[in-house]
Design a protein around this ligand. Structure first.
Ligand code: WQD
Length: 338
């Protein structure tokens, strides 16, 4: 019995591999290295003190997937693989639909063919769109998304729910992540974005280490306590543990279930900058810039369903998140390198 992890070398995937191994699960990992490096895999094996089967494979490659399912008894799939840059998705929508939506359809077809009908999917709080008030709850309407990346997450959620309706043997667990930050406490694995980061924490870390001159804060006139955007930042290790619980749940249930994975607490951009400076004793110079298109003022979760049904609750606070992000960045100024 093993869990197949697609995109297992990426930021969230690599942390999830470690937590699954810690929990005693056998894992099989696949990644196409589009946005991840072999060094991440090497370090996961080093931290876990265990080797596991790895395949360089694209989720759109049905024959490649068939070979993996034929070689291992896979009980469930945790599906991380996908493109994830909001801005890029506006420029390259067809690549996003092909990789994310097409890839997931191919993966599910091969799963069904090979008799594995349990999937835990990496969804996003972005599916709640512009119109719902925080705290966001799982039964609120979804779909009013503002970009192709978000639309792929929404469409995949709908496809997976349809699959469950069509065949009662399927189990689908949709995990809506809020804003993952932080890194493994060893400082050995963490987020290593290609090029200039889009997301706030990697940007802050790269300013602090001197790779970037200053942070631009996108808008200080939102209807929030200090005018900057409020988000629900969650430690990536808590998120990884959430996947371990979600797999346990998937092994015992059928049908589709949706869970928010967040802390339930919102922090503003300025809160996070200050927490990072205080936790690490470093300066993060910033300027106020215009709002970024598509951003909303406030987005945080109601995480109580995950606590109730999965027995999961975030354990790390914002100081842990800032400290662990900085440990990773300062010990690996160039990420995993080339
Ligand atoms: C957080 C806050 C920005 C950068 C996005 C996707 C979501 C998910 C995570 C990814 C906002 C502000 C940011 C900067 C800033 N997808 N900010 N200066 O937008 O909540 O979520 O990433 O895989 O689907 O939508 O996260 O980290 O980009 O922004 O002021 O340089 O920081 O305006 O208020 P976001 P973020």
């Amino acid at each position: 019995m093993a869990i197949l992890i697609t995109g297992g070398c990426g930021y969230i995937g690599s942390h999830t591999c470690i937590e699954l191994l810690k929990a005693g699960q056998d894992i099989v990992v696949l990644d196409n290295y589009y946005n991840a490096k072999p060094e991440a895999l090497r370090r996961v094996q080093e931290l876990a003190g265990k080797e596991f089967p790895f395949y360089e494979c694209d989720i759109r490659d049905a024959d490649g997937l068939r070979r993996i399912f034929a070689a291992h008894k896979i009980d469930a799939v945790i599906h991380f693989a996908g493109l994830k840059a909001v801005g890029e998705s506006v420029q390259k929508p067809l690549e996003y639909y092909d990789n994310n939506v097409g890839g997931t359809v191919t993966l599910c077809q091969v799963m069904a063919e090979m008799g594995c009908k349990r999937i835990v999917f990496s969804s996003s709080a972005t599916v709640y769109g512009m119109n719902n008030p925080s705290p966001l709850q799982e039964d609120m309407p979804t779909g009013a998304v503002t970009n192709p990346y978000g639309r792929t997450k929404y469409v995949i959620e709908e496809i997976l729910k349809d699959v469950c309706v069509s065949d009662p043997d399927w189990t689908v667990v949709l995990l809506r992540y809020f804003n993952p930050i932080g890194a493994h406490e060893s400082g050995r694995i963490g987020e290593d974005p290609n090029g200039i980061p889009n997301n706030l924490m990697p940007y802050i870390s790269q300013v602090a280490i001197g790779r970037l001159p200053r942070l631009s804060i996108f808008g200080d006139d939102y209807d929030t306590p200090d005018g900057t955007g409020v988000r629900d930042y969650i430690h990536v290790v808590d998120l990884a543990v959430g996947h371990v619980k979600a797999v346990d749940f998937a092994l015992k249930h059928t049908g589709a279930e949706v869970f928010n994975l967040g802390t339930g607490t919102g922090y503003s951009v300025l809160d996070l900058v200050k927490a990072f400076q205080d936790a690490n004793g470093v300066e993060v110079p910033y300027t106020i810039a215009p709002r970024r298109a598509g951003d909303i003022a406030t987005c945080y979760s109601d995480p109580s369903k995950a606590e109730r049904l999965l027995g999961w609750k975030a354990a790390h606070d914002v100081v842990d998140m800032c400290r662990d992000s900085w440990r990773w960045q300062s010990q690996n100024p160039q990420g995993y390198g080339d």
